[in-house]
Design a binder for this molecule. Structure first.
Ligand code: TXA
Ligand code: MG
Length: 315
């Protein structure tokens, strides 16, 4: 692909109208959500969706999340259930993705679902994401706006560092508040945790009144593309480190001596918001990264999931 000039847009109404026009024309537009920046394309346009895979260099078996302006728009594409309604009432708009059976006449390109008969849908909370989705008026497929296998972007600068010259535009509205991708729950059968993320599993279980089915790390992969090595910095990552070894940079948590701290106060929400930005910053120092232990409850479960993927052995 010859490089194209990537427009750096803001969140003003004329800029969002321009971004929506690019989406309608089948172009790729990166935009902020409360979790991470997404790389958006019209989910009904197979060529536009194919361009996402090309720009990210992503394996084509990995299905994408479709972003919608509200619950009513989601219901047009999937077979809705009581459970979906309860979770949507509790967590939408917000960092929760629901996987449901596709509805007849859904209109979604099968490149989005990678041929599955289910669709991942989410209504993001970020006001700029919602304004763009309303202005566009259709379903937007959007993976995180990073080259495949690299750290997810939480600022427009991260997006441009990875994808400048490969996408039509980025809508810049500052850093993402949550900083971790959405939690994914499969509702095609008994409610199942497919990926921990921005909504703590305990909160979802409280709304449902029972536990989610979970797949342990080595178990069946039911979210295709849950590759072990993912979110990877270029440098090696070592977890649960009490202290750095010679040559390592140290990513801390809680009060301690370190190069960068996810949350000096030991706050898991602050740590989630800082996770990808701090990994980007430490990776730029071109030294192996040691990471302090992170408690495994609440958002800590999602942080540890991302860190294990960042640390997984790669080819
Ligand atoms: O917070 C987020 O979810 C961000 C922002 C941009 O919204 N998006 C994001 O998308 O993280 P992505 O493409 O990086 O992750 C999509 C995940 C993949 O792990 C994929 O396997 C899973 O969603 N997924 C998508 N469709 C699915 C389906 N039909 N069944 C099971 N898993 C699915
Ligand atoms: Mg991603």
């Amino acid at each position: 692909m010859p490089p194209i000039e990537t427009l750096h847009l803001g969140a003003s109404a004329p800029d969002l109208a321009r971004a929506a026009g690019l989406l309608a024309a089948g172009q790729l537009v990166a935009f902020p959500t409360e979790t991470v920046y997404g790389l958006g394309a019209d989910a009904r346009n197979g060529r536009a969706v194919a361009a996402i895979y090309a720009a990210k260099g992503r394996p084509s078996f990995n299905p994408l999340i479709v972003h919608l302006a509200d619950t009513g728009a989601a219901q047009r594409h999937v077979a809705w259930t009581d459970c979906a309604q309860r979770l949507a009432d509790a967590f939408w708009p917000g960092p929760l993705t629901l996987v449901l059976p596709l509805r007849p006449g859904h209109g979604i390109s099968d490149l989005v679902t990678a041929g599955l008969d289910t669709l991942a849908v989410r209504v993001p909370a970020h006001p700029t994401a919602r304004a763009l989705l309303r202005e566009f008026g259709g379903p937007v497929a959007a993976p995180s706006a990073n080259p495949s296998g690299r750290i997810s972007p939480t600022t427009a600068e991260h997006v441009l560092a990875g994808l400048s010259g490969r996408i039509a535009a980025v809508v810049d509205d500052g850093p993402c508040a949550v900083g971790l991708e959405s939690t994914i729950v499969g509702l095609d059968g008994a409610p199942t945790l497919l990926r921990p993320g921005g909504v703590a599993v305990e909160e979802i279980e409280a709304v449902l009144g029972h536990a989610l089915i979970r797949h342990d790390a080595g178990g069946t992969v039911s979210a295709p593309g849950q590759l072990a090595s993912h979110y990877a910095p270029a440098e090696r990552v070592r977890l649960n480190a009490e202290a750095p070894r010679p040559g390592e940079v140290f990513l801390g948590f809680g009060p301690m001596d370190c190069d960068l701290n996810l949350s000096p106060a030991g706050d898991l929400e602050e740590a989630a918001a800082n996770l990808f930005g701090h990994l980007h910053a430490l990776d730029a120092r071109a030294r192996p990264i040691a990471v302090a232990p992170i408690p495994d409850h609440g958002l800590g479960a999602a942080i540890n999931d991302r860190l294990r993927r960042a640390a997984a052995p790669r080819d």
